[in-house]
Structures are given as structure tokens and as C-alpha cells.
Design a protein around this ligand. Structure first.
Ligand code: IVH
Length: 675
């Protein structure tokens, strides 16, 4: 470190500070003040400097990325035990709690309480030494938890460094790691498609993501944090919960929104009621409200009773549940042939949402819960919309309920079904199964895949039924005239769909590989492949050993990738797709011997509205070895001009810089590019 020039050290220090600040503005308070592009540029500069100078400062944002998998978690002893909370299930029990406190304190004097939402996630302790995140652990048994530092670091809202004027020598901060309902649903959808078991609720999903031995998987799951308590600390004093929360905010920790406080228990009950009323408006699962004695001196006096503090309690909301009847059970077939039993229910309102169907996941689940057609069942909404059958009300059985047996053949195409060893799902093995074919096309055009706007479920079904598409490569053969024949299309909508298909032709290799719907290849595995193979042709006839040699690539995925890229029909389909004019760039490729590439040493500025998101155009440039910059200068080689440009266009004209269109850029790539 001594050989590093002072100005470089200062620049690194400044970048760490600025990037952490912008990360906080973006992720914690949702109020960014710089563009994503500027953030990315600063980030890249920092990681370059770190690499060139072998200097990584504590708290550097580059250390958030996932690291290599662990064999097991180490144990961490909590310096002060992580307690659980007593419960109150009614407003009267809240009044009893207040009375108990006053009795214990032998005083009738008013006690001030705070009320915060109770996050339904996983309790975590973050230990900071001299303001830098040192360790993070799960609650475990309250005395000893698991070391999940590497996973916690990947959460963008976890400060790697404490900000502000008051930085204690030591502090253990406690909070809840949770997953947003939307993220939870998307994660489960992906898992079900891949034939992996879905998480039962957002809490399990958050816990499963944190207790991952492979932190790169955690980093791909969007987790959040809310901090609400302190464990051991020295070098700082707090008077109360509100004082502590105020410090947390200044130090850039995410805290519960809108904490209410009062010394009148009826006001506290009002505050609880308000949180319960707002329960469905939160973007995450809230399963109650937590009441705490505000004053820390009083908290100390009240102390602990067995494993719960006397100074706090959790008011638990009733689970969103309803009772209804199973009218029917139907087996539905997914993209890779997975057969899922779905219960059709008599519509019932649960927590403001009408529920009329529920996945029963698989036949093991049906047998375990003994669910039959005609049964009366208890349904719970675990996430925002996903309902689950919790139990059968056996007392209501009449004897006419019908057992729903596992499928002997595919309910859609009649082909044979198989159940792989150690898997719960039945799978249709029919190659031309109409359900699978349509699901594959839907997957291909979906947002995370080729992102063809306007080619959603309904339109895919329509095009399939009219025999216009039988495989996703047929999408590119569609003509406006074909669409105009169909009931759902008029001139404008047909035009739009054709334009969206055209636009989707420019994509990245990771997206393209994900779109192919290879069994077990989700977005993450697709990214891994793209990092290791420059173009799709490099995967043709791939050998098993080559795929398993990729770090983080599992055996199951490798087998599936090998099978896919050694199948003549698949390779034929890929060659057809290629000939239909796809432009596939690969910004993820980590070339070991990066030779000179097309745009090496060239600087581009992209301005105005592009046919693609600007980020994607920039990734394309970078994949060709070019550099993309946010501002025009004498060093700019090309300005890529879109519609309604601003001052950058004028400046480029003044400086006499080459001005090209997006189409020109594609032509430059096509003439010499790899695909
Ligand atoms: S305070 C002494 N505040 O609920 C206990 N806990 O059921 C300190 N939780 O283990 C906990 N939101 O994991 C507190 N605003 C909040 C909370 C909260 C969720 C969790 C926490 C705790 C569990 C007890």
C-alpha cells in the first residue's frame, strides 16, 4: 500500500464513499441523484483502481458480489442473546401488557411505547467494528448463530460502513431480512417452471436465500433489510428506541417506516389498528405490530423473562385465511412437461382478494394433506396473491369426495409420464405435447427472456390454435397480413407486434440461452454459460466435462445442457434461428485471452431515444470491446444518435464527431461481429 501514490489512494477513498452514498440513495431512500450510467462508470473506475493497485478498502461496494460456495457455515456467538417476543392476540391483551409493565415498575406513571410493523422475515445481527461491517449472523438458537457475512454483504441496503458523525467502536445491530411479495412470486414461478419446490412463504424464501452456501445465489435474490434493535455496543449511548432509530437513519441503515409513539395505551392500540388496516398495502408481508417501551433505562429495569424481554411484545395479526370448497382438481402441464395439480375453488374472499384457484404443487402434497374433490378446505394467502390449501376440514366430509389419482398419462397429449428419482413431479415425455409447445413459446417471448411485447399468453394460444406458430422460431416468420386475419388484431396492433418481434432480435447471449427453455437453466445458469462461452455455436456438441468444470455449475444443469446441445433437432432449430437474423451480443463473456475486438479503443456516446433501452445498446458496444461514455468530448469516436437528442448532439456536431444511427451500429457489428 505504501507504493500507491497519494492521489490514487484519495481517489479510491472518495469513490468508496460516493458509491456507498449513491447506493444508499437508490436502495434505501428511493431517491437517486445520479444516473445508473454514472453509478456504473464510477463503480467500474473503482474496481479497475482496486485491481491495478491491489487495494480494497474496508466497506468497498465491490465486495458485495457473491463469493465461492462454502461447505458449511461457521458459528458465531452473540455477545448479547437474541431474544424472541411474547405475543398479544387481542387489544385486551395489549392493555394487559401495559398493566403488567406498570405493576412490575410499581408505578402508575405513564409509560411511553413505540409501535412498528412486524416484518415477517429472518432476524439477523450485523456486527460493526469501528464503523465497518465485520460479521453478520443468523439468530440461530438465540445464543449462537451462523456466520452469513458473505451473503448479507450482497444485500444492497446493508451498509458496509456506518455513516454520520457518531461512529461507535463496536455495535451489533439487529434487523429483519425480508423479501418483497413481488420478488417472492417471481422466484416461485421460476422455481416451479424448473421443477424445483416452491417456497411456502416470503419468510422461508428470505431464510433460504440467506442460508445459502453459495453467495452468488443470494446475490441474485432481491432481499431487503429493516433494522429495529441493538445488541452489544460500546462507544455510544442511546436514550430510547426513538433516539436509536434516529441514529440508525443518520448512519444510513434502513429502518421501519413511520414509527408511532405515545404514552397512552389507547393511542398505541389505534396505531396498531392503522398498521393492520394498511397491511395489504405493504410491498412485503407484515404479520403484526411490535410494541416496545421507548425509554432504554426503563427497558433495563424491566429486563428479561426467560427468553423474552418484559419491555416488548408482538401483536399478531390473524393469518389471511378462508374456508371454501374444492369444486374440481385439474392437472396442468408446464413448459418442460411438469404436471401440476391445480384446485378450482368456490370463490372466497381472503384479505381483500377473491381466490378461486390454488396450486396443490404435486401429488405428494395431495396425499400428505389428503385433499379430495368436494372437500371443504382452509386456504391461506401466504404472499400477496398465492393461495395455498393448508388443511382439509375433515368434519365436513360426506363420503362423496373423490380421490384425484396421479396421472397415468399426460392429460393434454396422452403421452407417457415419468417421475425422476428424488423428484416429486410427474413429467409428460411427449415431444409434441401441445401444452409444452405453447408454454415454451410463452417462455421464449416473456419479459426476462426475449421480451417480445404483445406476445403474451393469450396471443400465443391464438397463434398456436391457428397453426401460425408451432415452434418459437416460427415467431420470426409471422407477417402482418397473417395477423390481420385474426380476431384479436387490427392494423395498429398487428403493426406493433411485428415491430416488437423485430426489436427483440437484438439481444444478449444470456437472455437467448434462458429463452431456449433448457431444463434447469434459469437466468443464473444462463448467465454462467454466457460468461464462459462467447457465442451459442461454442456450445454445440459440448461435452459434459467442459460444463461441469464451470464454477458454480451443478451436475443436474450440466447434464441438461449437454443433452440439449447434442440433440440434432435442437442444433437445427438454433441454426434456423440464426438465419432469421438475430443479433446476439455477449457482454457477459469473460475471455481469458481477449484478443483485439471490433470496437477496441473506441469511445461511443449513446444519446436520444433508442429502439432498445440505452443500457442494452451500451452493453452491446462494450461486448465488442468498446467503451461507452456519458458525455461528449474530443475523445469521443462515435455518437450513436436516437430520436429527440439534446445538447450532446449539438456538442458532437461542433466537435466534428462521427454521428451514426443505431442501425449503422448494428451494420458495423454485423459486418465483422461474431454472430
Ligand atoms: S424487536 C427482543 N422489532 O419478530 C426482541 N422484532 O417474533 C427484539 N421482528 O425475533 C425484537 N419485526 O425477528 C422487533 N419491528 C420489529 C420486528 C421484529 C420483526 C421479528 C424478530 C423477532 C421476532 C419475534
Amino acid at each position: 500500500m505504501t507504493n500507491i501514490p497519494d492521489n490514487i489512494k484519495q481517489e479510491i477513498k472518495g469513490l468508496v464513499k460516493d458509491l456507498n452514498y449513491h447506493c444508499y440513495r437508490y436502495h434505501v431512500i428511493d431517491s437517486p441523484v445520479i444516473s445508473d450510467q454514472d453509478y456504473d462508470r464510477m463503480y467500474r473506475r473503482l474496481s479497475d483502481l482496486e485491481e491495478q493497485n491491489a487495494l480494497i478498502l474496508p466497506g468497498s461496494p465491490t465486495q458485495r458480489v457473491g463469493a465461492a460456495p462454502l461447505d458449511k457455515f461457521d458459528k458465531i456467538k452473540h455477545r448479547s442473546p437474541m431474544l424472541s417476543l411474547g405475543n398479544a392476540f387481542s387489544h385486551d391483551e395489549v392493555r394487559d401488557f401495559d398493566q403488567r409493565i406498570k405493576r412490575f415498575l410499581k408505578s402508575d406513571e405513564a409509560v411511553e411505547y413505540t409501535v412498528e410493523p412486524k416484518y415477517d422475515g429472518l432476524a439477523i445481527e450485523l456486527s460493526y467494528k469501528n464503523g465497518v461491517l465485520h460479521k453478520a449472523s443468523t439468530r440461530g438458537d438465540g445464543a449462537v448463530g451462523e456466520d452469513v457475512t458473505r451473503n448479507i454483504r450482497t444485500i444492497k441496503t446493508v451498509p458496509l460502513k456506518i455513516e454520520g458523525d457518531f461512529i461507535p467502536e463496536e455495535i451489533d445491530i439487529r434487523g429483519e431480512v425480508y423479501m418483497d411479495l413481488k420478488e417472492f412470486e417471481a422466484l416461485n414461478r421460476g422455481r416451479e417452471e424448473q421443477g424445483e419446490p416452491a417456497f411456502a412463504n416470503p419468510r422461508n424464501a428470505a431464510a433460504g436465500s440467506i442460508r445459502q452456501l453459495d453467495s452468488s445465489i443470494t446475490s441474485g435474490r432481491k432481499l431487503h433489510l429493516a433494522c429495529y434493535g441493538a445488541g452489544y455496543y460500546e462507544g455510544i449511548e442511546f436514550k430510547s428506541q426513538l433516539d436509536f432509530i434516529g441514529w440508525l437513519k443518520e448512519a444510513h441503515f434502513p429502518v421501519p417506516d413511520n414509527i408511532k409513539h405515545s404514552d397512552r395505551i389507547e393511542k398505541i392500540i389505534d396505531a396498531i389498528r392503522k398498521i393492520e388496516e394498511k397491511r395489504d398495502d405493504f410491498s412485503f408481508e407484515v404479520d403484526g405490530a411490535v410494541l416496545k417501551v421507548n425509554n432504554f433505562a426503563l427497558q433495563n429495569e424491566l429486563g428479561i423473562k426467560t427468553r423474552e424481554p418484559r419491555w416488548a411484545t408482538a401483536y399478531k395479526f390473524a393469518a389471511h385465511q378462508g374456508v371454501t370448497k374444492v369444486n374440481d382438481i385439474v392437472a396442468s402441464v408446464g413448459r418442460i412437461g411438469t404436471i401440476t395439480p391445480v384446485a378450482f375453488l368456490a370463490p372466497v374472499e381472503i384479505g381483500g382478494v377473491t381466490v378461486s384457484r390454488s396450486t396443490l404443487h404435486n401429488w405428494d402434497e395431495i396425499e400428505r394433506k389428503d385433499i379430495r374433490i368436494g372437500d371443504t378446505v382452509v386456504v391461506e394467502r401466504a404472499g400477496d396473491v398465492i393461495p395455498h390449501v393448508i388443511a382439509v376440514v375433515k368434519d365436513k366430509r360426506t363420503g362423496s369426495e373423490i380421490y384425484f389419482p396421479p396421472p397415468a398419462e399426460c392429460p393434454v397429449c396422452g403421452a407417457a409420464v415419468e417421475k425422476e428419482e428424488n423428484e416429486v413431479a410427474f413429467r409428460c415425455i411427449g415431444l409434441d405435447c401441445a401444452a409444452q409447445v405453447q408454454e415454451r413459446i410463452k417462455h421464449y417471448s416473456s419479459r426476462a427472456a426475449m421480451d417480445i411485447e404483445g406476445l403474451g399468453e393469450k396471443n400465443v394460444e391464438l397463434l398456436y390454435s391457428k397453426k401460425l406458430v408451432g415452434h418459437f422460431s416460427d415467431i420470426y416468420k409471422l407477417k402482418k397480413e397473417d395477423l390481420l386475419e385474426l380476431p384479436r388484431f387490427a392494423e395498429k396492433s398487428a403493426q406493433n407486434l411485428i415491430a416488437a418481434i423485430e426489436k427483440s432480435k437484438t439481444t444478449t447471449l444470456s437472455r437467448f440461452l434462458y429463452s431456449l427453455g433448457i431444463i434447469h437453466v434459469g437466468e443464473y445458469a444462463a448467465k454462467l454459460l454466457a460468461r464462459n462461452f462467447e457465442g451459442v455455436e461454442n456450445l454445440f456438441h459440448i461435452e459434459h466435462e467442459r460444463i461441469v468444470s464451470i464454477k458454480h455449475m451443478g451436475e443436474k444443469i450440466a447434464c441438461s445442457v449437454e443433452r440439449f446441445f447434442n440433440d440434432t433437432e435442437n442444433l437445427q432449430a438454433l441454426t434456423t434461428l440464426k438465419s432469421l437474423g438475430l443479433h446476439i451480443s455477449n457482454p457477459d463473456y469473460e475471455s481469458s485471452e481477449a484478443g483485439v475486438r471490433l470496437f477496441e479503443e473506441l469511445t461511443f456516446v449513446v444519446t436520444g431515444t433508442m429502439p432498445k433501452p440505452r443500457k442494452e445498446v451500451e452493453s452491446l458496444i462494450e461486448s465488442m470491446g468498446g467503451h461507452s461514455s456519458g458525455s461528449v468530448s474530443k475523445k469521443t469516436d462515435y455518437l450513436v444518435l436516437g430520436e429527440s437528442p439534446g445538447s450532446k448532439f449539438k456538442k458532437a456536431q461542433t466537435l466534428g464527431i462521427n454521428i451514426i444511427s443505431y442501425e449503422d451500429l448494428l451494420k458495423m457489428i454485423e459486418s465483422e461481429g461474431p454472430f
